[in-house]
Design a protein around this ligand. Structure first.
Ligand code: NDP
Length: 331
């Protein structure tokens, strides 16, 4: 099996040299085990945090161990009664082409009519549920409200804008880092207004784009985007604080927003959340996304990089904005 391992903890931006690709011999299957050939591997922003040695919500990766993370594959050999050959499975064993383990390490998932299995890593998977949980349980989005989504052209962001619209938002504003991405946000993802934060300060652009303010902020970016949103959040506005990717590769802390006092004067709620705290919403989301997708109400994009040995390249490209929609590695 070809596998990718972390061998050095990055300081600031990670590099290819922080990883190595190894070939691992897999033994015969023990009773109750399955061998899975992966179809797609996920590269996700949270993995950057796990490369550090500090405490976070997920434990740090061990040096010299294969990178774990979400992957979807098919059972090609089985000694388990639960998972027959051919079953499509989702698991957390990460950056390898073939993997084998006890059947309990894998969760059988359904084929998605009209979509690739990689959707289990994106729209139908963790990023989609993140968007849904953030808008519903965390921000309490109500019909007729105005919404701003930062990082709108990524995996979570493309889902969040569309779901906000489907849940009855009146206006949906998004931000992203290129002209192509902002064009897609309005043409394909149902955003009313899309802002390219690389073109002019997001703070000025958002102020101009939201003359009536916003009620809900779904934040994937942090930093200048959080500051911009605080400026325009209406009284009793809510922010679902999902991530702060603008800071993940900082080697020193940055000063915070200069307008935090608006939390008081506008009686705002800023609420951080982790998708893992919302397993209760998984069934409800699966039902909703299946229905919306079948009805043609949800679009998706994926940026696909081929080869497990290119997982690091894909991960680094995602951190720099090389993806539109979900970044996945095709094995
Ligand atoms: P994306 O698919 O959105 O990929 C990351 C994107 O971040 C890039 O494409 C890039 O797009 C953007 N980006 C990178 N640097 C900056 C910057 N300095 N300023 C603004 N944008 C930047 O990733 P995901 O959808 O998987 O994740 C999005 C966010 O959600 C992350 O913050 C992640 O940590 C968080 N998350 C949180 C979860 C939770 O449970 N709380 C669960 C899943 C994700 P661009 O070209 O627009 O710059």
């Amino acid at each position: 099996s070809t596998q990718v391992q972390l061998v050095r903890r990055p300081r600031g931006w990670p590099t290819e040299e922080d990883f190595r690709t190894v070939s691992v011999e897999l033994g015969d299957l023990a009773p109750g085990q399955v061998r899975v050939r992966n179809e797609f591997l996920s590269v996700d922003p949270y993995m950057r945090g796990r490369m550090n040695d500090g405490p976070s919500y997920a434990p740090p990766y061990a040096l010299g161990e294969t990178m774990t993370g979400a992957a979807v594959g098919r059972v090609e050999e089985s000694t388990s009664d639960e998972l027959p050959v051919g079953a499509l499975v989702l698991h957390g064993l990460g950056w390898r082409d073939v993997t084998q383990a006890d059947a309990s390490a894998f969760r059988r998932v359904e084929e998605i009519p009209g979509g690739p299995s990689s959707l289990h890593l994106g729209l139908f998977g963790m990023p989609g549920l993140t968007a849904y949980a953030g808008l519903t349980a965390v921000a309490g989005l109500r019909e007729g409200e105005r919404v701003f989504v930062s990082g709108a052209a990524g995996a979570v962001g493309t889902a969040a804008g569309q779901i906000a619209r489907l849940l009855g938002a009146r206006t949906v504003i998004g931000s992203a880092g290129s002209a192509e991405k902002v064009a897609l946000l309005t043409s394909r993802y149902g955003y009313d207004v899309a802002l390219n934060y690389k073109e002019a300060p997001i703070r000025e652009q958002l102020r101009a784009a939201a003359p009536e303010g916003i009620d809900v902020f779904f934040d994937n970016v942090g930093g200048d985007h959080l500051e911009a949103a605080l400026d325009v959040l209406n009284p009793n506005g809510r922010a679902a604080v999902c991530g702060s990717i603008s800071a993940y590769n900082d080697s020193a802390p940055k000063p915070g927003p200069d307008n935090l006092s608006r939390i008081v004067t506008r009686t705002l709620t800023l609420r951080g959340f982790l998708v893992g705290q919302h397993p209760d919403l998984a069934d409800e989301y699966r039902e909703a996304v299946t229905r919306w997708f079948a009805a043609g109400e949800l679009a998706y994009d994926e940026t696909v990089v081929d080869g497990v040995e290119n997982a690091v390249t894909a991960f680094l490209s995602m951190l720099r904005g090389g993806n539109t929609g979900k970044m996945v590695v095709r094995v």
